[in-house]
Design a protein. Structure first.
Length: 279
């Protein structure tokens, strides 16, 4: 299947998305999510890709370096790119604390400012999934990876906890831009295969579970995400003038958390890990 032809996205739409998404991810405190809730995801991706000394690595949607810093500590030459400079600033501090050396650069996943084939490994840990034009972002992942290089991605699945959270928020959230696709589609193996097509080989997709032990109640989960997680913050801001709808969403998110909490106080969050070789 030829997946190399991409319908162009109007420049004004991309500009609007870029501005809104930068503000969205700069709001709250996403590094707290990375550090307190999902710290194991980045190292899992780095391990699956076999990142090691001498690899030229690009982390797309790197945030505060959940995957980029472990890759640098494994000896790779790493560029951590993200749309929100505020997240990169936190990443720089964390890298210094961990003794990791890497470059932090502002970049849009829809239009990466790197040459064709510039990297041995291109990866994203629950990052590129939030670029709303999936084909465009996938094209960029492929383009900047050298033939024989590796592409790796971690994304929340539609059926998992975060997928359910987005489904719960959807009726309350602002409308997506025209032509956008929902983030959890990156957690569907067939969707990723279709995006990458015959431009990759040896694509391996594995559904995994992340054990989360951060929340004692559904209400605690809800309040944490309301305070720190950009998409949740944006949804509540959209509802700010409708107290009844805010109360409905409050109840729905707390109930979601309670349904997923197990007797031992942990949750299992499902994600898809994909590794492929650039053809």
């Amino acid at each position: 299947m030829d997946t190399t032809r991409t319908e162009p996205v109007p420049a004004d739409v991309l500009d609007t998305v870029r501005t809104k998404h930068r503000a969205l991810w700069a709001s709250g405190d996403y590094p707290a999510v990375a550090a307190e809730v999902i710290p194991a995801l980045g190292p899992a991706l780095v391990e699956a890709l076999g990142v090691g000394s001498g690899d030229r690595v690009l982390d797309v949607g790197a945030g505060s370096g959940n995957a980029a810093i472990p890759a640098a500590l494994a000896g790779a030459d790493v560029v951590a790119s993200d749309l929100a400079p505020e997240l990169l600033d936190v990443g720089r501090r964390l890298a210094q604390e961990h003794g990791a050396t890497l470059r932090w650069e502002t970049a849009d996943a829809h239009a990466l400012p790197y040459d064709d084939g510039a990297f041995d490994v291109t990866m994203s840990c629950v990052g590129v999934m939030f670029a709303p034009f999936h084909r465009l972002a996938a094209d960029e992942l492929v383009r900047v990876t050298r033939p024989g290089g590796r592409i790796g991605n971690v994304a929340w699945t539609p059926a998992g906890f975060i997928g359910e959270m987005f489904a719960t928020m959807k009726p309350y959230a602002p409308p997506p831009p025209p032509g956008a696709q929902p983030p959890p589609l990156w957690g569907v193996a067939d969707h990723v295969r279709e995006l990458l097509g015959d431009r990759v080989s040896d694509l391996r997709a594995e559904t995994r579970m992340l054990t989360v032990d951060r929340f004692a109640t559904g209400a605690e989960f809800r309040d944490f995400f309301k305070a720190v997680y950009g998409p949740t913050i944006a949804t509540y801001r959209f509802l700010a003038d409708d107290a009844a709808r805010v109360a409905e969403l409050d109840e729905a998110l707390a109930a979601l958390g309670d349904r997923h909490l197990r007797d031992d106080g942990t949750m299992e969050w499902e994600y898809l890990l994909v590794v492929a070789t650039r053809a």
